[in-house]
Write a protein of this length. Structure first.
Length: 195
């Protein structure tokens, strides 16, 4: 696989610099952070070097181990009280192996218990399997185009365009495009911080 290019390379470098800066600021060795996050030293070295295309789960583990939110590592939050992010500025954090599948994070709230606004698309046949968020967390899914299928526990829910679905996100769940056209939806994730 080649070197990351364009927006992907920029995001990888941004995440890597944020992880390294926070680790150093907290006086953590690479080994200590790896143990706290449950990742390998080689993965952390690649992330800090801006070379690893880490999974969303790995970035989330690092954020938790560093005592920050996911949004702090991917640059979806600024220090200013008002923040506007265009589609071109949103962080691309997930891409399907084939054409068309894309997850972009626009913004995250700054209060206790955060909310994340995502723009998501899946090409026909593509699937995204999510890891559970903190207990009490939930998502709002607003389908804009096509029909999204959501698997949650033993339940299968089909969500057509123009429909908004609320689901608990503190368990394993999946998104799937079972149709013949692209599915586009907005995803608002509300993380229960328990603070």
């Amino acid at each position: 696989m080649g070197e990351p290019e364009g927006e992907s390379a920029g995001l990888l470098q941004q995440v890597g610099m944020a992880v390294r800066e926070l680790r150093m600021r907290r006086g953590l060795s690479m080994v200590a952070l790896c143990e706290a996050a449950g990742i390998s030293r080689s993965m952390l070295a690649s992330i800090e070097g801006g070379k690893a295309n880490a999974s969303l789960v790995t970035i989330d583990k690092l954020a938790a181990a560093l005592g920050v939110d996911f949004a702090d590592l991917v640059g979806a939050r600024s220090g200013t009280p008002v923040q506007s992010v265009s589609a071109a500025q949103a962080s691309v954090l997930w891409r399907a192996a084939g054409e068309g599948g894309l997850g972009r994070m626009f913004l995250s709230t700054r209060g206790v218990g955060r909310a994340e606004y995502w723009d998501w698309s899946l090409a026909p046949g593509q699937r995204y399997d999510a890891q559970p968020d903190a207990p009490g967390s939930e998502e709002l899914l607003g389908v804009q185009h096509g029909t999204l299928t959501v698997f949650l526990d033993a339940e299968r829910v089909r969500v057509p365009a123009g429909t908004v679905l609320r689901i608990p996100s503190d368990r394993h769940y999946s998104y799937l495009n079972e149709g013949a056209e692209d599915v586009r939806f907005v995803r608002i994730v509300v993380i229960n911080s328990g603070r």
